[in-house]
Design a protein around this ligand. Structure first.
Ligand code: ADP
Ligand code: MG
Length: 298
């Protein structure tokens, strides 16, 4: 392609909300034959909502959620925001309730949070968070988790003073049109893979729903990047699509990193292409544009 054609290509992209940072990104995109998708906020809407709460203590919901919200209000994680939003329900019409003070707050990336509230040690997160604190998950809680995961929901465990006190089920539905995008990519001979920090059960259910056959769950940020490099080593030209801080190493490692416009600044900075409208269809727009600019048939 001539420099003029590349300029035209990036211009057309910009006018369609596909921000291409330079000619190299536009060129690489037409060679992509494998796309690694993040789950939360990329394939899914990314605005999780609490759909169920199972208490395993004698506490009432208002009391329980006060402790949970006090711990989570310090976290930036989308799940934390969903939990705090939900907890407000139990405080009547207070728009911005003041939660009890949380001491010794710690956020454990990919696992959850820990804090001391009303002199109680509160943990909110996944099974590995509890395992790392030597807290046993009773069979009844395991069953609730498995049930949630089967329905493509994420189960979140809450422990109070070392005992599992409740399980929350969180739903984060697929973005509209996500299935169609995956099926169009298939027809374009492009393989789709999902990587996520979420658990295997939920990840597999979401993947089945969207039509992706290859899944990697419980992945740390470096493992997402490693997966990209493995695919490259086996001969694929790889695009990574993601929105989170935890996707940035993979966005950098990929031949083409594509960030969701509504994502975090760090992901947007790490990417070669930004999907300003946050539409998954624009993954195809970007590849089509590159194919048109760089294919011999013009
Ligand atoms: P993803 O790759 O899907 O964006 P993360 O790596 O951010 O997921 O998180 C992985 C898992 O860790 C979540 O699915 C959740 O179970 C748990 N987790 C992380 N942060 C929190 C939090 N603030 N509160 C509760 N659970 C959390
Ligand atoms: Mg994400």
């Amino acid at each position: 392609a001539t420099p003029t054609a590349v300029m035209v290509g990036t211009g057309v992209g910009a006018s369609q909300g596909v921000l291409i940072k330079g000619g190299q990104a536009l060129e690489s995109a037409h060679k992509v034959n494998c796309i690694v998708f993040d789950k939360t906020g990329t394939l899914t809407v990314g605005k999780p909502v609490i759909v169920n709460t199972k208490l395993l203590t004698k506490m009432v919901l208002r009391e329980f959620y006060e402790l949970v919200a006090a711990a989570e209000v310090n976290s930036e994680h989308p799940l934390a925001k969903a939990i705090v939003e939900y907890a407000k329900k139990f405080r009547g019409d207070e728009e911005n309730p003041s939660w009890p003070e949380a001491r010794d707050f710690v956020s454990i990336t990919g696992h959850g949070v820990k804090a001391t509230v009303h002199n109680k040690e509160i943990l909110v997160g996944n099974k590995s968070l509890l395992a790392d604190h030597n807290i046993a998950v009773p069979g009844v809680a395991e069953d609730i988790l498995a049930e949630a995961e089967k329905m493509a929901q994420t189960g979140i465990l809450v422990s109070i003073n070392g005992e599992v006190a409740g399980v929350l089920a969180v739903s984060d539905p697929l973005k509209p049109g996500a299935q169609e995008v995956i099926s169009i990519l298939k027809s374009m001979k492009i393989r789709s893979i999902m990587v996520t920090g979420d658990n295997w059960g939920t990840a597999s259910s979401i993947a089945r729903e969207v039509g992706i056959e290859s899944v990697i769950a419980e992945a740390k940020p470096e493992q997402k990047a490693e997966k990209v490099k493995d695919l490259q080593a086996s001969g694929y030209t790889v695009a990574m699509v993601g929105d989170g801080i935890n996707d940035s190493p993979a966005l950098v490692a990929a031949d083409v990193g594509m960030a969701i416009g509504a994502g975090t600044d760090i992901a947007i900075e790490a990417a070669d292409i930004v999907l300003m409208k946050s539409n998954l269809e624009d993954v195809i727009t970007a590849i089509d544009l590159s194919r048109k600019t760089f294919s011999r048939i013009r």
